[in-house]
Design a protein around this ligand. Structure first.
Ligand SMILES: CC(C)(COP(=O)(O)OP(=O)(O)OC[C@H]1O[C@@H](n2cnc3c(N)ncnc32)[C@H](O)[C@@H]1OP(=O)(O)O)[C@@H](O)C(=O)NCCC(=O)NCCS
Length: 249
């Protein structure tokens, strides 16, 4: 959930949305790799520009980049896994129907259950596990993500499990780079292990096929074993892993 702006010629991009939301300067490094000295130069530049936090996504196979990150104070915040599934070759009824009752959330008001689920969906998020974010930042971020998903800004639809007033799971569907994209996903703690998650993902795949998408993706954390198993069980395969570092300046 970030929008970009500012310089891009020196190996970084200032993130206007993130900076405004958190109340301090946030940037994303745009260089795919760097050595230790090169990274020190970028970090110095960011410091002189008043940036407080920089994100850097690196290829985990690039040992030089990992060294450059760690020796310049980078903190490994996320092993980000992108899962993809091809939908073109699937026959019309190739996706098994969801076992649980899944429907599109129609109200513009955000049910409290959705806010609770949004927080559960971010349990492994780098915004939750990095202790240097100000208290409450993760909660504000995920509530905002949910609110803007229901409002149609960050998702095209919100799928929910269970009837109104007793929502036990939710999943948001949208688009990224021409692919169908699953955003937030969570099943209430008390309802897990009963295939509600599987039903939500199957409903999402049917939604993508019904809306003409030829492939779909979902991004999660490698450490999120249950989510990774769920996506694999539903036919997704890993496309890419990225080690995401946080530099607090
Ligand atoms: C990930 C999550 C959505 C799964 O929902 P769920 O309803 O419990 O999942 P299902 O019952 O449909 O299980 C689907 C598969 O996932 C795996 N899985 C789910 N929960 C598991 C658990 N507690 N232990 C081991 N495997 C588990 C299993 O492989 C399972 O397949 P199986 O039934 O053939 O064993 C749920 O655990 C959750 O909300 N987690 C916290 C939020 C989160 O991590 N969201 C994902 C963000 S990307």
């Amino acid at each position: 959930m970030s929008s970009s702006g500012g310089e891009n010629d020196r190996g970084y991009r200032l993130l206007e949305w993130d900076s405004g939301f958190f109340g301090f300067g946030v940037a994303r490094l745009t260089v795919p790799t760097a050595d230790t000295a090169g990274m020190a130069g970028i970090i110095d530049m960011l410091r002189s520009r008043g940036v407080s936090l920089a994100y850097w996504a690196t290829d985990p196979g690039d040992a030089g980049a990992q060294l450059a990150a760690c020796s310049n104070g980078g903190w490994l915040a996320d092993e980000k896994a992108t899962y993809v599934i091809g939908l073109r070759a699937l026959p019309p009824d190739g996706i098994p129907p969801p076992e649980a009752e899944i429907s599109e959330y129609r109200s513009n008001e955000v049910d409290d259950a959705l806010y609770r689920l949004a927080l559960q969906s971010g349990v492994h998020s780098r915004f939750r596990i990095d202790p240097r974010f100000p208290p409450g930042a993760f909660e504000r971020l995920y509530r905002e993500w949910m609110r803007r998903s229901v409002g149609g800004e960050l998702a095209r639809a919100v799928l929910v499990a269970g009837p109104a007033g007793r929502i036990s799971g939710m999943l948001t569907v949208g688009e990224q780079g021409g692919r169908g994209d699953i955003g937030l996903v969570a099943v209430d703690q008390a309802a897990r292990g009963r295939h509600v998650g599987t039903s939500l993902v199957r409903a999402a795949l049917r939604w993508f096929v019904g809306n003409g998408y030829q492939s779909a993706q979902v991004v999660t954390q490698r450490a999120n074993v249950h989510a990774c198993r769920l996506y694999r069980a539903c036919g997704f395969e890993i496309e890419q892993i990225r080690n995401v570092y946080h530099f607090w300046l």
